[in-house]
Ligand binder design. Structure first.
Ligand code: AMP
Length: 216
């Protein structure tokens, strides 16, 4: 059976950072819906053009489009043994769709790490966040700057501030998260899959607690 891990939590809490670390340690593919949309934006695909207005406003891209994009991505060979899902599902309809599609992929959601932090921390982290243009590697101007200003340590590409990481849009994204994504916390808690983690700790500490919990 394939293994699927869903990372849940508000924008800026560190899902992407933890997903990347976990992917390296487990060998499971890291699937970030936000990165997939940004890739489509960069390549000026039809999907990218459709997603842009929603993303710029800090709103969610419609479920049907998002679900189709994730299904296509999970069908690729590197997801044969499973995946770490970062940013999907974000609505109850997406969670139901995921459950259905995983039956086709011979798996199910095995665990749902749920990372939380106070809103002030989320705003501080997102507003100082720098993202690498080529592969979405994540930095923070204060807490984790790249070695050479403006350049990604891993692939040498430019790092930039996401338009939707500016403070006004972040507040909106947190509101959208509370309204549309929070119901998934109860959904996965009731399914006995939720692993609650304090995301205000240092990256290494969150990783350590997360790995211990997953090992159990
Ligand atoms: P993220 O990088 O996860 O913060 O996502 C950036 C933006 O992409 C979000 O604010 C949404 O506009 C869009 N997005 C990412 N994942 C989803 C999703 N599962 N459903 C709908 N929209 C999404």
């Amino acid at each position: 059976m394939a293994t699927y891990i869903v990372l849940l939590g508000p924008p800026g809490v560190g899902k992407g950072t933890q997903a990347r670390i976990l992917s390296e340690k487990t060998g499971l593919a890291h699937i970030s819906s936000g990165d997939l949309f940004r890739e489509n934006l960069k390549n000026e695909t039809e999907l990218g053009q459709l997603a842009k207005s929603y993303m710029d406003r800090g709103e969610l891209v419609p479920d049907d489009v998002t679900i189709r994009m994730i299904r296509a991505r999970l069908s690729r060979p590197d997801c044969e043994t499973g995946a770490i899902l970062d940013g999907f599902p974000r609505t109850p309809a997406q969670a139901t769709a995921l459950e259905k599609m995983l039956v086709d992929f011979n798996g199910e959601v095995n665990a749902v790490p749920y990372i939380t932090a106070d809103e002030a921390i989320l705003v501080e982290r997102t507003s100082g966040r720098w993202t690498c243009r080529a592969h979405g590697h994540i930095y923070h101007e204060k807490f984790n700057p790249p070695k050479k200003a403006g350049i990604c340590d891993v692939d040498g590409s430019e790092v930039y501030q996401r338009e939707d990481d500016k403070a006004e849009t972040v507040t909106k994204r947190i509101r959208v998260y509370l309204e549309q994504t929070m119901p998934l916390v109860d959904y996965y808690r009731n399914a006995g899959k939720l692993i609650e983690l304090d995301g205000s700790q240092a990256v290494e500490d969150v990783t350590k607690v997360l790995q211990e919990a997953l090992a159990r």
